[in-house]
Design a protein around this ligand. Structure first.
Ligand code: PLP
Length: 445
């Protein structure tokens, strides 16, 4: 079959053609089986081909798939928004639906700016963020992303929002270690706000656990309490980007629960519909909504497909499936089991420098010299090598930009569907070990 009219990620590369999915497995048209060790792009969180979800899709499609949000509301959209308000912390009670993670973070950014405008404050327009972060590909979302590789070509169009260091404990930006570092990577925010002026800043945005940009960088327990205090003290909002971490992925429904800190706005996407339909959302607190309700009474954003009945029905059924099958607990249990297995491998293979993350969002960083934490030279392109070899061996993994950024070592994410069993983790680990072993031998580490 000739697919040459489709623009694929790498234009001159051959990709296998997917045939179907079943649970944690995907099959290509040659019959080859793959373990979906990354839930695609950390998205297919309940696995592939789940009948209950397909039934809901069909039922909703028979009733109505699309209505324009300025003409109709719908039961699935109302019910999903209610469900999200029940599942999220504190007063995060109002949801604005979009179609992707980038739209979710960009909407969160606009809501934050609007919050201040409704109170007559017109100067608070900047959003601060961290280096080694990824908040999406559209110009606003990319402006917030501290992902130098993805920013590179568009720098003239982008705002300089990334401001502070990532909480990258394995390679501490302050050459220290927790708790001796006194969380300087967090208090750096206070200095940045003073330098830029709180009167110019609407919000600070962060991924609770850094995903695509840095292989599951997981900050110490107190980190977000310090961040929240700095935001409050300086009168700026805090946006949590849970596009990757949300809806059970890290062993809590939302990763901010690990830190017991409530953001003012929460952005979600990816696992929200587990890949069955595109959907994302920005969820705002009562505090944020209050001046908007008093003022213009509308969020100044919107997309044609926002809140469509089809996607909201699917997302609602995915959340119900997660709850019914206790998948948040399974993410925690299987995540712990996976980390134990990976830590065992780390003792056998010096190429594995660090294993980190929470639940089933696990990062593995690779080094050429374990004791000195030396990253591989960029020309080795280790992340790509691992990804390619694992895929040949029947395991799909997700790349992180750490190595590409030239900041640290190459890293990958292991994030299988939350439905994975212990036997399936063993199966995943066996292919991962086979891949790491052959690479370590070939690279003579
Ligand atoms: N935010 C985070 C934390 C992400 O990981 C991603 C995608 O990887 C996005 C936002 C952008 O989401 P999307 O690719 O659905 O636009």
């Amino acid at each position: 079959m000739n697919y040459s009219h489709l623009i694929k990620p790498v234009l001159d590369q051959d990709y296998p053609v997917v045939s179907y999915g079943d649970g944690i497995y995907l099959y290509d048209t040659t019959g080859k089986k793959y373990i979906d060790g990354s839930s695609g792009a950390i998205t297919a969180s309940i696995g592939h081909g789940v009948k209950e979800i397909i039934d809901v899709m069909l039922e909703q499609a028979k009733k109505v798939s699309f209505v324009y949000r300025s003409q109709f509301t719908s039961e699935p959209a109302e019910q999903l928004a209610t469900k999200l308000s029940q599942l999220t912390q504190g007063d995060l009670n109002s949801t604005f639906f979009v179609n992707s993670g980038s739209e979710a973070t960009e909407t969160a950014m606009k809501i934050a700016i609007q919050y201040w405008q409704e109170q007559g404050i017109k100067t608070k327009n900047k959003i601060l963020s961290r280096w080694m972060s990824y908040h999406g590909i559209t110009i606003g979302a990319l402006s917030m992303s501290g992902h130098t590789a993805r920013r590179a070509r568009f720098v003239p169009l982008l705002e300089d929002y990334p401001t502070i260091s990532a909480p990258y404990c394995y390679r501490c930006p302050y050459d220290s270690s927790y708790p001796f570092c006194k969380l300087k990577c967090a208090t750096e925010l206070d200095q940045a706000i003073k330098r830029i002026g709180p009167e110019n800043i609407a919000a600070f945005i962060a991924e609770p656990i850094v995903g695509a940009a840095a292989g599951a960088i997981t900050p110490p327990e107190e980190y977000y309490r310090v961040i929240r205090e700095i935001c409050d003290k300086n009168n700026i909002l805090f946006i949590a980007d849970e596009v990757m971490t949300g809806l059970g992925r890290t062993g809590k429904m939302f990763a901010m629960e690990h830190y017991q800190v409530q953001p003012d706005i929460l952005a979600i996407g990816k696992g929200m519909s587990a890949g069955y339909t595109p959907i994302g959302a920005a969820i705002a607190s009562d505090k944020v909504m209050a001046p908007i309700l008093k003022g213009s009474k509308q969020i100044m954003s919107g997309h044609t497909y926002s809140a469509n009945p089809q996607s909201t029905a699917v997302a609602l059924s995915v959340i119900q499936y997660i709850e019914k099958n206790n998948l948040v607990q399974n993410a925690e249990d299987m995540g712990n089991y996976l980390v134990t297995k990976l830590t065992d491998l780390q003792k056998k293979y010096a190429i594995i420098g660090d294993v980190r993350g929470k639940g089933l969002l696990i990062g593995v960083e690779f080094v050429s010299d374990f004791l000195n934490k030396l990253p591989f030279k960029r020309e080795v392109a280790l992340t790509n090598l691992i990804l390619e070899r694992a895929q040949v061996n029947g395991l799909l993994l997700y790349p992180s930009a750490t190595g590409i950024e030239g900041v640290g070592g190459d890293a990958i994410l292991i994030a299988p569907p939350l439905t994975i069993s212990e036997e399936q983790v063993d199966e995943l680990i066996a292919i991962f070990e086979q891949t790491v072993k052959s690479l370590q031998n070939d690279l003579q580490v």
